[in-house]
Design a protein around this ligand. Structure first.
Ligand SMILES: Nc1nc2c(ncn2[C@@H]2O[C@H](COP(=O)(O)O[C@H]3[C@@H](O)[C@H](n4cnc5c(=O)[nH]c(N)nc54)O[C@@H]3COP(=O)(O)O)[C@@H](O)[C@H]2O)c(=O)[nH]1
Length: 620
């Protein structure tokens, strides 16, 4: 038997009717049963609704008997808890419902003692729906948590991806900035030397002009053009040319102060912009520095090069109010420096503009000279000093310009060289000279030979020997009756290719004569390496033979050296008997100059030859 349950006090003061109303109107399942045998004493409509049993069927029977408790164990468990705690509050258990369905309920129970007997009052709440909702809620919550977790990790993932993308974007942006910077630099700088280009120079010159205007000072533009740079490119190739330009760029930068600008316009043209000058003196000092810097020993790819430049100077405000005018002035002055013999500098003067105009006119008219038949050849006798006989002639070009008359080669050959016209003109000279020689030889002057001047560009063009071979074959003259006069500039770039080009010419059987010997760099190594057979002592030494000890010594030394090397020697510009006597006494074999005849048209020279032939016949 179970121990007696604690009694619940009955509230006497509340009327029975109120209790009854509560009992019958409560939606919850309420039952009163006797504790001793568990038989129902009363049940409310909530009970009826839950169990599906009518009140009169239930009263007097136990829940176990009615099958409301699914089994005895469940009921005992409830009673044990009630006994232990004195009352039960919301005890979770299962009761069978109408139709046999087992329902989840919460059971609150207490024991009431009424008139000495113990009654069990149970209040049951069907929580099936609530539990289902709670389960659903739990499901929803779990689902939600799962979704949140998934979303969070997706966010985390996409955050990481975003960070990666950001990183990549930042890198791409940086690359873009670098490219932009590089492009900006490329747009304003020369790729080969890294110096500012024309666009940036323009800007710097404009700034220097503004500064000079504010400070009441001068600014200077120095236009620097390398002398004979084309020969380097033509003979040693563009790689050597490019390297030389880089070396020159470095040297030029060493010549200026911070704040000054050194730019490259292209080719071998450099420009400096100097600011804060009091007068042209500062610019002249820098120009001297540049000439000295260029003159320093230069070895490129094993080739020792002799670098010089011609510099033109334009001053602000004297020579122009803006960058363009100053650059033009400096360019004009540079041409003047070149025409004075190169390796020098020259300030702009208004008179130079006239010279430039003249040069431009020559350039445009020269293009027409050949097709219009305005070019002529003159012949200057060359004599054997042992007997005074004319043995050959130097072919000298003249330009019979309709408006200006006869123009001397010194005026137009440099223009022809700069424009490249010299190639066509030079070939015409050679063709005409050989044709004339053929005619003279045909007329009986079998021993006569002609010397033709060649410019460096002409000689160093690939295939030139083949052209010469074709010309002499067409004219029907022996190659041995042709002498080609070249200058030292041809030999200045002693590459294997150039050596081969010259050998190709001498292999034809003609002779090479080194013109103006002593005026250039006169390296004796040329004479050893190149197939030269004649030296021409420059007119400037011959000119001084009678009055200048040094010139005498030079002339005598050149003759002795040439004889030692088994070269023939031709003295140029012989005008007097004294010069002739000295040259002959020192062993010079050949001479040319006004003493024997000025350059003359072919007919005059032919007449001279005829006279000489007649004299020798009468002497016999
Ligand atoms: N590439 C080519 N160059 C050529 C050609 N024809 C001529 N030239 C070169 O032009 C330079 C000037 O020549 P030119 O005005 O004809 O002068 C020559 C002679 O007139 C002058 N000379 C000769 N003897 C005397 C003299 O006794 N006194 C004096 N004051 N002058 C004299 O010397 C010039 C010849 O010199 P060189 O050629 O060095 O022997 C000149 O450099 C020509 O080479 C051409 O077709 N192609």
């Amino acid at each position: 038997m179970r121990s007696p349950l604690p009694a619940t006090p009955v509230m006497e003061s509340v009327s029975l009717d109120i209790y009854r109303r509560v009992f019958f109107s409560s939606p919850e399942f309420i039952s009163i049963s006797r504790l001793c045998d568990a038989r129902y004493v009363d049940v409310n409509p909530g009970f009826e609704a839950f169990t599906g049993l009518r009140r009169d069927e239930v009263i007097g029977r136990s829940a176990l008997a009615l099958g409301i408790w699914p089994d005895e164990g469940t009921r005992d468990l409830m009673l044990a808890s009630l006994e232990q705690q004195g009352r039960l509050h919301l005890f979770p258990t299962h009761l069978r419902k109408r139709g046999g369905e087992l329902c989840e309920v919460e059971l609150s129970a207490s024991v009431a003692r009424i008139e000495g007997e113990a009654f069990l009052i149970c209040v049951v709440r069907d929580v099936t729906e609530r539990r289902r909702s709670e389960d659903e809620l739990r499901l929803y919550r779990d689902r939600l948590e799962y979704l949140i977790e998934e979303r969070t990790s997706a966010l985390r993932r996409s955050n990481a991806e975003l960070r990666q993308t950001n990183l990549r974007l930042e890198e791409a942006h940086q690359r873009l900035l670098d490219t932009e910077k590089r492009l900006r630099h490329m747009a304003l700088h020369d790729l080969l030397t890294g110096l500012p280009n024309r666009a940036l120079l323009q800007d710097r010159v404009t700034q220097a002009i503004s500064q000079a205007r504010r400070d009441g000072k001068r600014a200077a533009i120095l236009f620097i053009d390398l002398d004979h740079f084309k020969h380097v490119n033509d003979s040693l190739g563009h790689l050597v040319g490019d390297r030389l330009l880089q070396i020159v760029a470095g040297r030029l930068e060493q010549c200026v102060r911070r704040g000054d600008t050194v730019a490259r316009l292209g080719g071998d043209e450099f420009v400096m912009c100097l600011g804060g000058l009091d007068d042209g003196g500062g610019a002249a000092v820098v120009a001297q520095k540049i000439l000295a810097a260029l003159d320093a020993s230069t070895v490129v790819e094993g080739h020792e090069l002799h670098v010089t430049g011609s510099i033109g100077i334009g001053l602000y405000p004297d020579d122009g109010p803006h960058a363009e005018a100053l650059l033009q002035a400096a360019d004009t002055a540079m041409y003047h420096a070149k025409s004075r013999g190169r390796n020098s500098f020259s300030f702009f003067t208004p008179a130079l503009n006239e010279a430039v105009q003249q040069r431009l006119t020559i350039e445009s008219q020269l293009h027409q000279a050949l097709p219009r038949g305005e070019l002529r050849l003159h012949y200057q006798p060359q004599v054997d000093l042992r007997n005074g006989r004319i043995v050959s002639a130097e072919v000298l070009l003249r330009w019979q310009q309709p408006q200006r008359g006869m123009i001397a080669p010194n005026e137009f050959i440099p223009v022809a060289e700069d424009t490249g016209l010299i190639l066509r003109i030079g070939e015409w000279v050679l063709r005409e000279a050989c044709a004339q020689l053929g005619r003279w030889r045909h007329e009986g002057h079998r021993e006569l030979s002609l010397a033709v001047n060649l410019s460096a560009r002409q000689v160093l063009q690939p295939g030139f020997a083949a052209t010469v071979a074709g010309i002499i074959a067409q004219a029907g003259v022996p190659a041995s009756s042709l002498v080609l006069e070249i200058t030292e500039s041809v030999l200045m770039q002693p590459s294997e290719d150039n050596l081969a080009l010259l050998h190709a010419l001498t292999d034809l059987g003609l002779k090479l004569s080194l013109d103006d010997f002593g005026t250039g760099y006169s390296s004796l190594s040329y004479l050893k390496r190149f197939p030269i057979s004649e030296l021409k002592i420059d007119r400037s030494f011959v000119d001084g033979i009678e009055q200048d000890e040094n010139d005498r010594a030079i002339a005598a030394t050149v003759i002795a050296m040439a004889r030692g090397l088994r070269l023939t020697v031709m003295a140029e510009g012989v005008e007097t008997a004294g010069q002739e006597a000295y040259l002959r006494a020192n062993g010079c074999g050949l001479a040319q100059g006004y003493r024997y005849g000025r350059p003359m048209p072919a007919d005059d020279f032919a007449a001279l030859l005829a006279r000489q032939a007649a004299e020798s016949v009468s002497r016999r």
